[in-house]
Design a protein around this ligand. Structure first.
Ligand SMILES: *[C@@H]1O[C@H](CO)[C@@H](O)[C@H](O)[C@H]1NC(C)=O
Ligand SMILES: *[C@@H]1O[C@H](CO)[C@@H](O)[C@H](O)[C@H]1NC(C)=O
Ligand SMILES: *[C@@H]1O[C@H](CO)[C@@H](O)[C@H](O)[C@H]1NC(C)=O
Ligand SMILES: *[C@@H]1O[C@H](CO)[C@@H](O)[C@H](O)[C@H]1NC(C)=O
Length: 634
């Protein structure tokens, strides 16, 4: 272990350099990565020099260099020639550490630029959102014009807070390491953040803890946007906000409205208010035109925004909301930028000057304008739930916890399109077919799958064919139990039957992770239960489970003990409630257990309530993920 012999500053510098060289973030560097970096640092070392350095560094001759090997060179070879070229290569003035700017390189060698507008917008949003959080004082407020955002993400604290803000209660506050951070406890925070982000449906497959620690701009911004968007969109849904039914058009049912994506609902909402204002409305919206593009053209000159603000501003008719009159004085300003600034000053009076600058409005930055509109909706929806009429409110059922977990799981794997509504969005089976690929069931995309855009006539037939193929693959290749399930059921969105297939996909996905680790032996429930029992007893724990239905699981104690068995000392037992537990105690334990599992590196999708209520399916995934984690360690 070299770390003890090197000064702290030097260690930091080397760590930073290592992170920059390790382009794909896999924890070791190879020769092409070093080559690339030397090139970028304007240090055109001849190939043989690079190879020489690599040979010296690579002490165990596996053609890869770990961080420890990387450290040894600066220590052991201090005076040698090689060490000198190496130090020069890292040098802060002209070497690797001098590389910065607004682009980073990926493993494919492609240039990743990032949007400074996004950086500016997200920093301001974070500064406001976490303004009063005592745990963020070390990082906030950040300067929106600098790269402080990327540094601030490095210890995982701000990120954990943002996730919890977007989906409240996702992260148990007590599990975040806040004081005296070390590389290890930082790694834990980042694990917690990434696994929690995944659990709320962020696609984090290509992001690792090291990327965050290094603050790779395009990856940090990409993740932040996903987290922020999930928070902004959370309430743009009929079951959360029944007043959205005011957006129903003639001849539409609640069901039709429920099928719309949050982006589509948002556009409708804006149009609804614009129409009331007698302003030009977009009425030829068709789903194959990107909503974001629409938002842009609609708002670019700020005039529609003026009208929207004027429509939604509080009129003083509700208690505790003072009247705010929007000034339209800036509406006829000739200059686009000035008009946008005038408009934003009015938005500011509503507390909604967020996400966009005048330049972003004029340029029509789609992401940021979407965020601006979503924030307006959240603060001032200004819709009234329609009364009386022939609306069948019975149809309006919120998403179940299980449905949400399945959806988050799919989205975290990056399926396309994003799944907003479990049944509607699976009706053409394209997402299901992508999930088959994730469990290594090959899909014949060329010959067997109909892809959108579907023809105007016979659309549903095309979708149904996909569904039939999805069921066939499940029966033949995946060997799922699909008795009584036909393509038509998926196409119809039959909840019970769709869930039956989706669960088998998720179960297989979870078990595959275990097979990847083990000796090829097929994992099943019994093997997992046995492993849990053995691991618990070997660690001297008294808890055990008889199955995934074991009532003891509702205390979360077996889970907590198992985590402590896998990573000894990780559990603070003073936080764990024991003895005769109230419902509240159980929930506290479960929240702690789920966050701790994620913190030690298990990608758990299940929710605390699943443990409390001992939902066998979700309980199985928790133990399977922990087993995967435990075996990796062994
Ligand atoms: C997470 O959210 C819950 C509920 O909003 C809150 O009580 C808790 O303090 C939050 N924790 C963090 C880490 O922000
Ligand atoms: C659609 O609406 C936009 C603006 O509302 C208008 O400019 C355009 O001509 C319309 N297109 C069609 C095909 O009607
Ligand atoms: C879904 O399928 C099951 C089994 O065939 C059936 O009993 C149920 O009625 C169906 N549900 C709906 C809403 O059609
Ligand atoms: C696990 O332990 C319980 C309780 O001792 C026991 O009933 C069960 O058979 C064990 N299960 C396995 C698979 O070892």
């Amino acid at each position: 272990n070299m770390a003890g012999k090197i000064s702290k500053d030097e260690l930091e510098e080397l760590r930073e350099a290592f992170g920059k060289i390790d382009l794909d973030g896999n924890g070791s560097i190879c020769d092409y990565e070093l080559h690339e970096l030397f090139k970028e640092a304007n240090l055109p070392l001849p190939g043989y020099k690079v190879r020489e350095i690599i040979q010296k560094l690579d002490r165990n001759k596996d053609n890869k260099i770990s961080f420890d090997e990387f450290l040894s060179v600066s220590h052991e070879l201090k005076s040698s020639d090689i060490a000198k070229s190496f130090r020069k290569a890292i040098n802060r003035k002209e070497g690797i550490l001098a590389i910065g700017g607004t682009s980073t390189q990926s493993s494919e060698g492609t240039q990743h630029s990032f949007s400074e507008e996004e950086r500016y917008a997200f920093v301001n949003w974070l500064n406001t959102a976490l303004e009063n959080d005592p745990d963020c004082k070390h990082a906030l407020p950040m300067d929106p014009n600098s790269d402080s955002l990327f540094k601030a993400m490095g210890d995982g604290i701000v990120l954990c807070k943002m996730i919890n803000l977007s989906v409240p209660d996702t992260i148990d506050e007590r599990t975040i390491n806040k004081k005296k951070l070390t590389p290890f406890t930082i790694q834990e925070n980042l694990n917690l953040a990434l696994n929690s982000a995944s659990a709320i449906g962020c696609h984090v497959v290509n992001i690792g803890a090291l990327d965050l620690r290094e603050g790779k701009p395009h990856l940090v911004l990409g993740l932040l946007w996903q987290i922020i968007k999930i928070g902004l969109f959370a309430d743009i849904e009929l079951s959360r906000n029944e007043a959205l039914a005011a957006l129903l058009r003639d001849g539409e049912t609640l069901e039709d409205l429920m099928k719309l994506s949050p982006e589509e609902l948002l556009l409708r909402w804006a149009n609804f208010h614009l129409e009331n204002a007698g302003w030009q409305k977009i009425n030829n919206f068709s789903s194959d035109i990107k909503v974001q593009t629409r938002c842009r053209s609609l708002f670019q000159d700020s005039r529609a925004y003026f009208h929207l603000l004027n429509q939604i501003s509080p009129k003083g008719t509700e208690e505790d909301q003072p009247r705010i009159d929007i000034s339209m004085a800036g509406f006829s300003e000739k200059d686009d930028l000035k008009r946008a600034e005038n408009m934003l000053q009015q938005a500011d009076r509503l507390g909604c000057r967020q996400f966009v600058t005048p330049a972003d409005v004029v340029a029509g930055n789609p992401k940021l304008n979407l965020a601006f509109v979503a924030n307006l909706f959240n603060k001032y929806p200004s819709l009234t739930k329609p009364e009386g009429e022939d609306i069948d409110w019975g149809l309006l059922e919120g998403e179940t916890r299980e449905e949400r977990t399945f959806r988050n799981w799919m989205n975290s794997l990056g399926v396309n399109p994003h799944v907003n509504h479990l049944y509607g969005d699976l009706a053409d089976a394209l997402v299901i077919l992508q999930l088959y690929e994730k469990i290594k069931v090959p899909v014949d995309w060329t010959n067997k799958v109909n892809k959108p855009p579907y023809p105007k006539i016979g659309t549903n037939m095309k979708k149904l064919e996909n569904c039939n193929y999805a069921v066939e693959l499940g029966k033949t290749t995946a060997k799922f139990s699909l008795v009584g399930i036909g393509g038509q059921d998926l196409n119809d969105g039959n909840a019970t039957l769709t869930l039956a297939l989706v669960w088998q996909l998720m179960r297989r996905y979870t078990l595959n992770v275990l097979e990847d680790l083990g000796d090829g032996q097929k994992a099943n429930d019994d093997i997992i239960v046995k492993w849990v029992n053995t691991t618990l007893s070997e660690a001297g724990k008294t808890t055990k489970i008889s199955s995934f239905k074991d009532k003891e699981i509702s205390t979360s104690l077996p889970v907590v003990d198992l985590i402590d068995a896998i990573q000894p000392g990780s559990i603070s037992y003073d936080l764990v409630k024991t003895g005769s537990l109230s419902a509240e105690d159980k929930l506290e334990n479960a929240k702690y257990a789920v966050s701790m599992a994620r913190k030690i590196g298990a990608r758990v999708y299940a929710l605390p309530d699943d443990l409390v209520e001992v939902k066998p399916k979700m309980v199985m995934t928790v133990f399977a993920c922990l087993m995967g984690r435990g075996m990796k360690r062994a």
